[in-house]
Design a protein around this ligand. Structure first.
Ligand SMILES: O=C(O)C1=N[C@H](C(=O)O)C[C@H](O)C1
Length: 294
């Protein structure tokens, strides 16, 4: 079970590889996740936004969690499973299932599309937390259409079983206010603001970009934690051009393209409505890799 003390450093939200027929490609998943966990990351996140969670069925979620548990069995890396949907009942059912399958925590996003009130958001998280599996709350208003106010985030973080927050709110305001009140830990989910968010009190990052050059993302955190701020900033600045390209079109399409180019996964197939990246972005990413001699 994930504790607050374990929420720091770099958590990697992994992609869900699909074959060209659109089915889960378990061989690619095992090969690629195995390479990710060779790095000393602090957490592995399955079926997050980067894992295309809105398209993953309950049976597939079960398959992914079982495969991940197996891959992690000889490590101490915690497994966080995305179980949040825009329906409270299905979020609760997925959270229960993830707990039974051995998830160390679940990632529960603010319910999207429905635009609930702040009271509705709080009630949603209360139901998820009552399951008893540690919950990491996930605020990403740019995707969900509605976000948590500071008061809502504080109320949710005070709930029993809620262990932390993943903050993709797009500004340091939320983390600053939460940490000022001594809240539970916050991980930055806004890759291009990672360094700034560390300065504002984030305990680390849950960064889709860390699927590539994982060791370099770890360096940003490790330098920061050691008080070597200039080295941390330099390591971050070095990765800004890559992160900018990775978020130029909808995540995880650019990351899947890069992972398949590197042979980490067999195909960059996404499930509709997401589609592979444009040829323009392919050219920009290829030019960037050539410049970096990657
Ligand atoms: O899957 C995730 O977790 C993340 N999703 C965010 C997004 O796709 O907008 C980005 C963040 O890096 C991690």
């Amino acid at each position: 079970m994930l504790t607050e003390q374990q929420i720091y450093g770099i958590y990697v939200p992994v992609v869900t590889p699909f074959n060209t027929a659109g089915e889960i490609d378990l061989d690619s998943y095992q090969h690629y996740v195995n390479n990710i966990i060779k790095n000393s990351i602090q957490g592995l996140v399955v079926n997050g936004t980067t894992g295309e969670s809105p398209t993953v069925t309950v049976n597939e979620l079960q398959l992914l969690v079982n495969a991940s548990r197996e891959l992690l069995k000889s490590t101490s890396i915690p497994l966080i499973v995305g179980t949040g949907t825009n329906d409270t009942a299905s979020t609760v059912a997925r959270t229960q299932l993830a707990g039974e399958l051995g998830a160390d925590a679940v990632l529960v996003v603010v319910p999207y599309y429905s635009r609930p009130s702040q009271e509705g958001i709080i009630a949603h998280f209360r139901k998820a937390a009552e399951v008893g599996v540690p919950v990491m709350a996930y605020d990403i208003p740019g995707r969900t259409g509605i976000g948590m106010t500071v008061d809502t985030a504080r109320t949710i973080l005070e709930m029993e079983n809620v262990v932390g927050l993943k903050d993709c709110s797009g500004s340091p305001h939320l983390v600053t206010e939460l940490r000022r009140h001594g809240s539970k830990p916050v991980l930055c989910g806004d890759d291009l603001n990672f360094f700034q968010m560390l300065g504002s009190g984030a305990a680390g990052g849950m960064l889709a970009s860390a699927n590539v050059q994982t060791a370099d993302f770890l360096k940003i955190y490790e330098y920061y934690a050691a008080g070597q701020l200039e080295l941390s900033k330099a390591a971050f600045d070095e990765l800004v051009p890559l992160m900018t390209l990775l978020f130029k079109e909808s995540n995880p399409a650019p990351i899947k393209w890069l992972l398949s180019l590197n042979g980490e996964i067999a195909s960059d197939t996404l499930r509709l409505p997401l589609m592979s990246i444009s040829t323009g972005l392919q050219e920009e990413l290829s030019a960037h890799l050539a410049e970096m001699h990657v």
